[in-house]
Design a protein around this ligand. Structure first.
Ligand SMILES: C[S@@+](CC[C@H](N)C(=O)[O-])C[C@H]1O[C@@H](n2cnc3c(N)ncnc32)[C@H](O)[C@@H]1O
Length: 279
């Protein structure tokens, strides 16, 4: 993998996004002949840096996946629609409220839904994506100086990079059960909360609890037995050390940029887990 060339940066800000950690993660990705697979893509920071030729991106978030598909397939129409959006508090809350109204989102076509998603991401507090238990997006308006909502150049670069990517919206188990021998999988699941107040990232109304962490770990132990290459990020948490006993685990320092508690912006440790020797 050539990390020297100037890479594309993600078009979305994403809670738990790996932008700040690319220098730790990417050099540890082994060479591979098969597909590059990300079952928890989020903003897909690692994918945009690695720039693989043959890839499969997935996430459970329907609006996120729709947005990625529109950037890949209908970029011109998307840029045109986005240019009608503007940074304004009242307009933000009006667009945010659509998922609370009967038919509010389903009345929009896929391009308008993608434009709304990017607009909320560019204008909402810290680019956070958070939903309540009914699945309603509930991030407050963010304060920025002239945010670039359209980002045409960046969107075009991402569009180019995504041309050979398969993009799906499924549960991670449906992806991991289809991984094959020569593939490489990078996994960045939601993390177990380090304390009660740090559980701010409800990416999905169903949440991601200990059972999902355990199911994921079982897949990775299986990959280890089958010599399938993978690298997984996770929190430096007793549950994670326990679930991944027997695999290679290293600790790296992460600077959290999305956190409602300003004290939480200090660097914290997180883990990289693999079945190879990682240094
Ligand atoms: C930590 S984020 C990934 C961040 C990403 N690496 C980046 O750089 O932006 C975790 C992602 O997992 C997704 N997710 C949560 N539960 C899932 C599930 N059961 N199956 C697939 N994806 C899931 C969330 O929607 C979220 O986007």
């Amino acid at each position: 993998m050539d990390l020297s060339k100037k890479s594309i940066t993600p078009f979305l800000k994403w809670a738990g996004g790996k932008r700040q950690l690319l220098h730790e993660i990417c050099p540890r990705i082994p060479s591979f002949k098969g597909r590059y697979i990300e079952p928890f893509m989020g903003g897909a920071a690692v994918f945009f840096r690695v720039a693989p030729k043959n890839s499969w991106l997935n996430d459970i978030n329907e609006e996120l996946v729709n947005c990625f598909c529109v950037v890949r397939d209908k970029i011109d129409l998307l840029v045109e629609r986005l240019s009608k959006y503007y940074y304004d508090k009242e307009f933000y809350y009006q667009m945010r409220a659509l998922d609370r109204q009967e038919g509010g989102l389903s009345n929009l076509d896929e391009i308008e839904r993608a434009a709304r998603f990017i607009f909320l991401n560019r204008s909402g507090f810290n680019g956070l994506y958070r939903v309540n238990s009914q699945g309603h997006f509930n991030v407050p308006f963010g304060r920025y100086k002239n945010p670039d909502i359209v980002m045409e150049k960046k969107l075009l670069a991402c569009h180019d990079q995504m041309q050979n990517a398969k993009i799906t919206q499924r549960h991670f188990r449906d992806i991991l059960s289809k991984v094959e021998g020569e593939d490489f999988v990078y996994l960045d699941p939601p993390y177990p909360p380090l304390n009660a107040s740090s559980n701010f990232t409800s990416y999905d109304k169903d949440g991601f609890g200990d059972e999902e962490q355990a199911e994921l770990a079982e897949f990775l132990h299986y990959f280890n037995r089958k010599n399938i290459k993978f690298l997984a990020s996770n929190a430096s948490h007793p549950l994670v050390f326990d679930l991944y006993k027997g695999l290679t685990i290293i600790e790296i320092k992460a600077k959290r940029s999305i956190n409602s508690n300003p004290e939480g912006r200090n660097p914290i440790s997180e883990l990289l887990i693999s079945n190879g020797i990682i240094v």
